[in-house]
Design a protein around this ligand. Structure first.
Ligand code: ASP
Length: 342
């Protein structure tokens, strides 16, 4: 279990004022809150051996940058042969970004990496931290509980087990903090745990490898009626941006405005990677459905289909850092590790 911070271990900034801001806390003794983790506790009795490690100063995940993903990925790579599974505790705010980034950085995963956290601190009487971590441990300790190993980067939250690069933070306060709007959950965590085998990805034949570099020269452009292309033109001409994730209407539609398309053409000439994703919470970009997505398609904007925003950004960052322009275009049009419906 790698602990990085988040609400899971947070404490009030002023210990005498329980209503003061929550700030990251050092969570030294997990067993104090979870007797199941103690030396002779429930998990030990089931033959589960757990090691717990705090990875640097605990942080609010809103302060995460790609550097944090690299630190996490490298730690997992370094310890890969020493453990059957890895659980990462982090804040929920950027959890889906971390999970997506890790899914692209690793190839040939033959072990689960489970990312979890909570909406209420572990010290709170109504906390969801204990059940979220307990569920994660069940998935991680699959051998002890007669479950199959899910060799993917996962998010385990509020009785849901989601593919990390399909998940998105859905609510700031609901204990059901995450959803996977375009792909089924990978397990039902009811009274019994049932794995949805047919939805798992199988990449074990690939060699285990980590390519942790990410290029942050990426922006997101959320389009709206009346969007003025002059701002985009300015960014294209006066910054070093290398990738743009567009958030379009419905099935990937946007106005056929000539000025806008001229700017898109400029971007293509500069070999800026462009991806069309929908603003809709659920569903997919569908080229060829409406005339209003032909303009973007003709300007070389790739079809992001049903990618989440988190997966779009991190996949683009990963492609830019590891592949050429044409390889990146190919990779962005294909599902690498179950992030998109082909
Ligand atoms: N701001 C917190 C974080 O992402 C929220 C959470 O953990 O739920 O670290």
């Amino acid at each position: 279990i790698l602990y990085t911070g988040g609400t899971f271990g947070m404490v009030p900034e002023n210990p005498n004022d329980l209503k003061s801001n929550l700030v990251p806390g050092t969570l030294v003794d997990l067993g104090k809150y979870m007797p199941a983790l103690e030396e002779n506790g429930y998990f030990a009795k089931h033959g589960v051996e757990i090691e717990y490690l705090s990875l640097g100063e605990p942080k609010d995940s809103s302060n995460f940058t790609p550097k944090d993903w690299v630190i996490i990925a490298k730690k997992i790579e370094q310890e890969y042969n020493n453990y059957d599974s890895f659980i990462l505790i982090q804040g929920t705010d950027t959890m889906a970004y971390t999970a997506s980034a890790l899914s692209f950085m690793f190839t040939g995963l033959a072990k689960p990496i489970i990312v979890t956290g909570s909406q209420l601190p572990i010290s709170h009487p109504r906390t969801d931290a204990i059940s979220n971590l307990t569920n994660s441990i069940y998935i991680a300790a699959h051998k002890s509980f007669g479950l199959r190993s899910i060799n993917e980067v996962l998010i385990c939250f509020n009785d849901d087990l989601l593919r990390g690069n399909r998940a998105t933070k859905y609510s700031t306060n609901d204990l059901e903090g995450f959803e996977s709007p375009n792909f089924p959950g990978l397990a039902s965590l009811e009274e019994r745990i049932t794995i949805n085998e047919k939805y798992l990805v199988h990449r074990e034949e690939e060699k285990f490898e980590l390519n942790p570099t990410m290029d942050d020269q990426v922006i997101v452009v959320q389009l709206f009626p009346g969007y003025s292309p002059k701002y985009l033109e300015d960014i294209i001409n006066n910054t070093d941006v290398k990738g743009i994730v567009f958030r379009t209407f419905g099935a990937g539609n946007y106005s056929m405005d000539k000025e806008f398309l001229k700017v898109m053409d400029m971007a293509r000439e500069k070999e800026i990677l462009m991806l069309n994703t929908t603003q809709c919470y659920q569903g997919s970009v569908h080229y060829g459905k409406y005339k209003t997505n032909q303009g973007m398609e003709a300007c070389g904007v790739l079809n992001g289909k049903d990618l989440t925003l988190e997966a779009s950004i991190t996949k683009m960052m990963w492609c830019l850092a590891n592949l050429s322009y044409s390889e990146s275009r190919q990779m962005l049009a294909t599902s690498i590790c179950g992030e998109m419906t082909n």
